[in-house]
Design a binder for this molecule. Structure first.
Ligand code: HGY
Ligand code: MN
Ligand code: MN
Length: 407
């Protein structure tokens, strides 16, 4: 079996660590997470790594390099979205372990110390927060998040402690940047660019920023059969006009992605005029300036639409994550590694965010993307080929065997 085929087999096996249903559903601090860590521990041990789980429930496999050598961190996340695919996150952990296993099998050793990091929670699906592991290492984790509850009222802190983590020892996990060479993340592209360019892998230039705002249109309810159309202050009609306009204006520029992924209506009755419509507006861009400008334009638009219809409009920021650039030197090492395989390296921005977004507060970051069939991700049919995983593995081995980027 090729290393790409071994990777495919391991990802098939670990996909079973999931709640029942289509695709992979593996949320943090659950039995599925525990079963997955058992398999990842096996991957790390097969690569000859020293394995432990830290207080943030990040499983860490360490190769201690030459005395005094700095550490190159390579990782991604073990968790998935509900009904997700077999590659998002977990493939980056599998390929990092296999690259080190390949080096070991070839009788070689990395030029620096290396740690493979299997982070617990990147998607932020179970709790209204995310990136616990990388934020703890970078020293940017806000301990207030430990009190945030999931849908069953279980707090992040309780779930972490129940899983074997230790909320009281998170601060001690902060890394000294001077010990760290950088952070590499290998990830499925989750978009169509590499497939359209006919490229197996690509080097990421930057990771988009995200801003989420809670939006409310409020009007007046009434009987669906007796209130004349001209007299209505219908919150759902105003929200619909707004959402359609957001999509149309975002479509006029390639630098913005704007999404309304859910909506709730009150009183939510078939024969009553809605007096409230509440929904999140998510805006993403690799340019923070473009994102902020677009978001403010949407605020003005919402006020206009509400004002014209005699309704009120509220827009409250609930989440923001700035865009981050990938480190030129670390990215150049990835480009050289890709090109040693004979292919010209394709470079591209990431419209998805990653653990690397948070790791950029600790150290230089770089990402290697793999071709994603049909650009389909956060979906059971997500797919990366064994051959493309082999190409990514070869590039990783090349980087690990080089003089240790930034040594
Ligand atoms: O939302 C994202 O971009 C990532 O998949 N969590
Ligand atoms: Mn994801
Ligand atoms: Mn991901």
């Amino acid at each position: 079996m090729t290393f790409g085929e071994i990777a495919q087999r391991r990802l098939h096996e670990i996909a079973a660590c999931s709640q029942a249903g289509d695709g992979v559903t593996r949320l943090p601090f659950t039995p599925e997470h525990r079963a997955a860590l058992d398999q990842i521990r096996g991957w790390m041990e097969a690569a000859g790594l020293q394995v432990h789980m830290d207080a943030a429930a990040t499983l860490i496999g360490r190769y201690a390099g030459p005395e005094g050598s700095k550490t190159l961190l390579i990782g991604s996340h073990q968790d998935s979205v509900p009904g997700g695919g077999r590659y998002d996150g977990i493939m980056g952990i599998a390929l990092a372990c296999l690259a080190l296993e390949k080096i070991r099998r070839d009788g070689h050793a990395p030029a620096c110390s290396v740690e493979v990091l299997a982070f617990a929670d990147e998607e932020g699906v179970r709790f209204p927060t995310a990136l616990l592991g990388p934020r703890v290492l970078a020293g940017t984790f806000d301990a207030a998040a430990l009190a945030l509850p999931d849908r069953d009222g279980v707090t992040l802190g309780a779930a972490l402690a129940g899983f074997g983590g230790d909320p009281a020892r998170l601060e001690a996990l902060r890394r000294d940047p001077s010990d760290v060479l950088g952070y590499l993340e290998v990830h499925i592209e989750q978009g169509p660019v590499l497939e359209r360019r006919g490229a197996a892998v690509g080097v990421v230039t930057g990771i988009c920023g995200i801003e989420r705002n809670a939006i409310r249109f409020a009007g007046e309810t009434g009987h669906a059969g007796t209130v004349p159309m001209a007299d209505r202050r219908d919150a759902l009609v105003a929200a619909s006009r707004f959402i359609a306009a957001v999509s149309e204006q975002a479509g006029q520029t390639n630098s913005i992605r704007a999404t309304v992924g859910s909506i709730s209506v009150h009183p939510d009755a078939v024969n009553a005029i809605p007096d409230r419509a509440d929904f999140p507006l998510e805006v993403r861009s690799v340019s923070d300036q473009a994102r902020q400008g677009f978001t403010e334009e949407m605020r003005a638009l919402g006020n206009r639409i509400a004002g014209d219809a005699g309704l009120s409009f509220e827009m409250t920021r609930t989440y923001v994550q700035p865009a981050v650039s990938c480190d030129p030197e670390l990215s150049a090492a990835l480009v050289a590694a890709v090109e040693q395989g004979g292919a010209a390296a394709v470079t591209l921005p990431s419209g998805a965010t990653h653990d690397a977004s948070a790791m950029s507060d600790l150290c230089p970051i770089a990402m290697l993307f793999l071709r994603c069939r049909g650009g389909l991700s956060h979906h059971p049919d997500e797919y990366a080929s064994a051959a493309d995983m082999g190409a990514a593995l070869d590039a990783l081995v090349h980087v690990l065997m080089s003089s240790g980027p930034g040594q």
